[in-house]
Structures are given as C-alpha cells and as structure tokens.
Ligand binder design. Structure first.
Ligand SMILES: Cc1cc2nc3c(=O)[nH]c(=O)nc-3n(C[C@H](O)[C@H](O)[C@H](O)COP(=O)(O)O)c2cc1C
Length: 174
C-alpha cells in the first residue's frame, strides 16, 4: 500500500486535492494507496508529541505509524516561503530518529502558486531524506502555478498529467 503524505496542515489545502487526484491516477494503474494528511495532526503536537513526549500522543502516533510502516511514500509538498511547510519538518522531527525513513522509497511532487513549483522545497527535502538514508525517486514533478491548471477536481494541464503518470510508472517499478 502506497502512502500519500499531504505536506501541510492547512485546512482545505490544494495539496490535499492533488493528493486525491494522485490517488485516482494510482488506482487507474491498480495501485492501492492511503492519504496521510498533516491536517489530522493534533493542534498541540509540537508540545505534546516531540522530544521528551515522543510516543505519548495517540493522535500523532496514528500518522507516525502510517509513515513508519510504509515502504513507499509519495509526498505532495506545497511551496511555503520558498521551501516546504514548517509543519512537515516538525512532523519529521517527531518520527523515530534516525531510522524512521531509512530505506523507504519516496516520490516527490511539488506545487506552488508561483513559478518554482516547489523546486527548492523538494531540494531541501531531498537533502534531509539523503541524510536519513531514504531513497528518493529521481523524477520529481513540479506543478508550477497549479491553481491555473486545477479545475473541478481535475488537473487540466496535459503535460502535468503526462509527468504525473510517468512518475507513477517509475515509482511502481522503483
Ligand atoms: C504560508 C504560505 C506560504 C506560501 N509561500 C509561497 C511561496 O513562497 N511561493 C509560491 O509560489 N507560493 C507560495 N504559497 C502558495 C502555495 O504554494 C500554493 O497555494 C500551493 O499551490 C498550494 O498550497 P496549499 O496546499 O496550502 O493550498 C504559499 C502559501 C502559504 C499558505
């Protein structure tokens, strides 16, 4: 089962919509997946689930276990302030260190309102995952100005669909 991690806890985020769309694309290729959304993190998790409180927050542990028990994870990552959302780093900091992501296979999709498509965000994450011994798929998809190309639950840009499908094919074989 592929886990699709939504990299923000913002309510009604477009990242979550893209995650659902990605899930449909996976299903078309007979791949089961599950969406893990950071919007389900407990609001106080930085105070109640990290450091000395590791393991003590049941709601946090549910999300933690979905990631820790996964072998393949797709991350849908919005660009926030030229990088990935801070809540995603805080979530990663709450995972068991150093082995939580070790040897996991990860595919990255970035999205932005602007023209970077999360390129730097994915690059920053790539450094972290290399440090944590995760294996990141070489092909990263960047959905530039994604708001222009998403309507009625569908990505309308043909090239974006081509890239997403190509990434999925590579990730299945990864
Ligand atoms: C806190 C915050 C910071 C953002 N910073 C950027 C940015 O640096 N560059 C950019 O192109 N878009 C930025 N955006 C817009 C998001 O990247 C864009 O809306 C993305 O497509 C989807 O974000 P969402 O999942 O929160 O809806 C920012 C949005 C938020 C909420």
């Amino acid at each position: 089962m592929i886990q699709i991690l939504v990299g923000t806890n913002r309510q009604n985020s477009l990242s979550e919509e893209i995650a659902k769309y990605y899930q449909q694309l996976l299903l078309q290729k007979n791949q089961e997946s599950n969406i893990v959304s950071l919007k389900n993190l407990p609001e106080d998790f930085t105070a109640s689930a990290l450091y000395g409180n590791i393991g003590k927050n049941t709601a946090f542990n549910i999300l933690r276990d979905e990631i820790v028990n996964a072998t393949k994870i797709v991350m849908i990552v919005p660009e926030y302030n030229g990088s990935f959302p801070g809540v995603l780093k805080a979530f990663i900091d709450g995972l068991p260190f150093p082995a939580a992501l070790s040897d996991k296979k990860i595919a990255l999709v970035g999205l932005s309102a602007g023209v970077q498509g999360g390129a730097l965000a994915l690059s920053h994450l790539g450094d972290i995952f290399a440090y944590l011994n995760a294996n990141v798929l070489g092909m990263r998809v960047k959905l530039i100005q994604v708001q222009k190309f998403y309507k009625d639950n569908v990505v309308t840009n043909e090239m974006y669909n081509q890239l997403l499908n190509e990434q999925i094919d590579k990730f299945i074989a990864f």
